[in-house]
Design a binder for this molecule. Structure first.
Ligand SMILES: CCCCCCCC/C=C\CCCCCCCC(=O)N[C@@H](CO)[C@H](O)/C=C/CCCCCCCCCCCCC
Ligand SMILES: [Ca+2]
Ligand SMILES: [Zn+2]
Length: 275
């Protein structure tokens, strides 16, 4: 009897529209199998940007720690789960989407959180990573208690990241670095504005017959994360591997206004060996 009950519960969790959340985009507008078509399709943007970022960050990751690649490898899963969530609006889709974001943040914090900002009882990065891992496992389990608040809690990390960057960049005067910081913040502000507006002003957007703000959020947040991770990686390289003489450039061309930022290591193999 209990077995039948739990099988039913499982089936419900996978069922279309079993999530509490329904984004502003009209359901089943373009396909009877895809609940939110534009939101699903825009999730594929994660698949385009992630491999490019893995390629662009590779010289830095090779010098610093190859585990850094986990951030953008996990972002591929975020895209996959986000597409599944919007395709089905199922409870399982929602949880996979939110949990994968949480684990990207956990890996990012473990790798990059500045050592000088560690709590005083933590001596090294390994201990810090273990603490982050423990907290993330506990949070992952407790996220099932009230799933609707998860997204708001996750967004608070954007604010914490902003604070951490502000502390790290207090004395920065390098124009290229400042430009990257401003761009990251601008993209994040635009992205979060779309997310909030889709959540809370849906009737307004429906009147205008423009219900695509959540899909636009997907595109903007990937770009914000691409810019922010490069900035964080650059600051980290300056602190942890200064002999590699990190610099910033844009792909495909440094002269283009729009592009993906990346780190170049200007230290010659000779200068690297000396350190
Ligand atoms: C020193 C710390 C370094 C940490 C670096 C880690 C940076 C990467 C962080 C997060 C990845 C975000 C991925 C967003 C995926 C969006 C999928 C999605 O749309 N999900 C929604 C449902 O479909 C869901 O409602 C969204 C929930 C909110 C997620 C908020 C994530 C926080 C993003 C922080 C990004 C900061 C950018 C720059 C700040 C200057
Ligand atoms: Ca909808
Ligand atoms: Zn989404």
């Amino acid at each position: 009897m209990g077995g039948v009950c739990s099988t039913e519960k499982m089936a419900k969790a996978f069922a279309y529209e079993s999530s509490d959340i329904d984004w502003c985009e009209d359901n089943y507008k373009y396909s009877e199998h895809v609940v939110e078509y534009f939101n699903t399709m825009s999730s594929f943007f994660f698949f385009i940007i992630s491999p490019v970022m893995l390629y662009l960050l590779h010289p830095y990751a090779k010098e610093r720690n190859l585990a850094i690649h986990l951030v953008w490898i996990l972002m591929i899963f975020v895209g996959l789960f986000s597409a599944y969530f919007h395709m089905t609006l199922s409870f399982v889709g929602q949880m996979l989407d939110e949990l994968s974001i949480m684990w990207v943040l956990a890996v990012g914090y473990s790798m990059w959180f500045p050592r000088k900002l560690f709590p005083s009882f933590i001596k090294d990065r390994t201990t810090f990573s273990k603490l982050v891992f423990t907290i993330t496992v506990i949070t992952s389990v407790s996220s099932f208690v009230k799933p609707t608040v998860n997204a708001y809690v996750l967004n608070c990390f954007g604010l914490h990241l902003l604070y951490t960057l502000a502390v790290e960049m207090r004395y920065c005067t390098d124009q290229k670095v400042l430009r990257l910081a401003k761009l990251s913040v601008a993209l994040w502000v635009l992205a979060i504005t779309c997310w909030i507006s889709d959540r809370f002003s849906c009737s307004f957007w429906q009147q205008l017959n423009f219900c695509y703000l959540h899909g636009i959020w997907h595109i903007l947040i990937v770009m914000a994360v691409a810019h922010a991770t490069t900035l964080i990686a650059y600051l980290d390289a300056n602190n942890e591997i200064p002999y590699s003489l990190p610099g910033l450039q844009y792909w495909p061309s440094d002269k283009w206004t729009i592009g993906l930022p990346h780190i170049v290591l200007k230290g010659t193999p000779k200068t690297r060996k000396q350190c």
